[in-house]
Design a protein around this ligand. Structure first.
Ligand SMILES: NC(=O)C1=CN([C@@H]2O[C@H](COP(=O)(O)OP(=O)(O)OC[C@H]3O[C@@H](n4cnc5c(N)ncnc54)[C@H](O)[C@@H]3O)[C@@H](O)[C@H]2O)C=CC1
Ligand SMILES: O=C(O)[C@@H](O)C(=O)[C@H](O)[C@@H](O)CO
Length: 285
């Protein structure tokens, strides 16, 4: 079934999400407080750029917000949507804000569902679908069906948890990666190489539980007993991350973060990732 979709926020993620949904045959409208961002995203997706939230969501059956990861900003945006559209399902692409926190500010929280895409949104297959406290099962089912028909791989969560699944796994890994660099065990480049030459290729074919089965649960029991007590236990962003963010070294957005990269690095990465995923999918199971 073709939906009329409004994508609100046309940055790194919103532009890719607009392309995914437009390629799937949906009518897509894009709004961004930066009209140039909306125009770029609309052009790249074959969608229409709109100058206001009200215009973008008028008659929409699905609204997908990909605005900045700030709770009050998202709440204000959802309130604008509710004022202008009484029916659409409202999906948030939030990375970590709880569905309950977003729903708490809504007139009708049953309209909210989390649809968490991954960067780059039109290349990474996964979308986590997370119900809010008042989201009916049929809304989750509708989002899963729509995203599956658009070629995405969905994982519906039984209920929300902070950071959902992927970002909890990433946060655990990234916390330890930074801990190892802070302890002087290795450089960021060396830690990255451990993933790209070792863990990453395996993870493209098998997740943690399959990897543990392959390695042997007896072995993994010994490894867990020996290593878990020694892991870094940061409960907030480590200084090496926060200091860079606060001085504006944001990574690909600014050309420098932990590593220095050329301006076209995200595009080259996306193209290589798409080729890797296609090669993996062509493999015999
Ligand atoms: N960057 C990433 O790797 C991922 C980000 N996300 C989530 O997606 C959301 C968007 O993130 P990005 O695309 O990276 O951010 P971004 O900063 O690239 O894009 C956000 C866009 O929203 C626009 N905007 C700001 N205020 C707005 C408003 N009131 N209404 C409409 N548009 C507004 C900005 O002009 C900007 O173009 C966040 O919730 C983020 O946590 C989710 C998965 C991955
Ligand atoms: O990795 C991704 O694309 C998503 O899990 C995210 O939400 C990002 O990690 C985001 O939190 C920051 O890039």
């Amino acid at each position: 079934m073709s939906e009329m979709v409004a994508v609100l926020g046309a940055g790194v993620m919103g532009a890719g999400i607009a392309r995914v949904l437009a390629r799937a045959g949906h009518e897509v409208r894009v709004f961004d407080v930066d009209p140039a961002a909306a125009a770029r995203a609309a052009d790249s997706a074959g969608a229409s750029a709109h100058g206001s939230v009200a215009s973008a969501v008028e008659g929409a059956t699905l609204v997908l917000e990909a605005a900045p990861e700030r709770l009050e900003l998202k709440r204000a945006l959802l309130a604008e949507v509710e004022a202008a559209n009484a029916d659409a399902v409202i999906a948030s692409n939030t990375s970590s804000i709880g569905a309950d926190a977003l729903a708490a500010g809504m007139r009708d929280p049953s309209r909210l569902v989390i649809a968490h895409f991954f960067n780059p949104a039109d290349t990474v297959p996964l979308v986590e679908v997370v119900p809010g406290p008042a989201t009916p099962p049929e809304t989750v089912e509708r989002m899963v069906a729509l995203l599956t028909a658009a070629g995405k791989t969905t994982v519906p969560l039984a209920h929300q948890v902070e950071g959902f699944i992927a970002n909890r796994l990433q946060a655990a890994l990234y916390r330890e990666a930074m801990h190892l660099v802070e302890r002087g065990v290795a450089s960021p480049e060396q830690v990255d190489r451990v993933v790209t030459a070792g863990l990453g290729p395996r993870w493209a074919l098998a997740g943690p539980f399959e990897i543990m089965d392959l390695g042997g649960l007896d072995v993994w029991t010994s490894v867990a007993d020996g290593i878990l007590p020694t892991l870094g236990d940061a409960s907030a962003a480590p200084a090496m991350l926060r200091d860079r963010a606060e001085r504006g070294d944001l990574g690909a957005k600014t050309g420098r973060g932990f590593l220095e990269r050329e301006a076209d690095a995200p595009a080259r990465f996306a193209a290589r990732l798409a080729a890797l995923i296609a090669a993996r999918d062509a493999l015999e199971p």
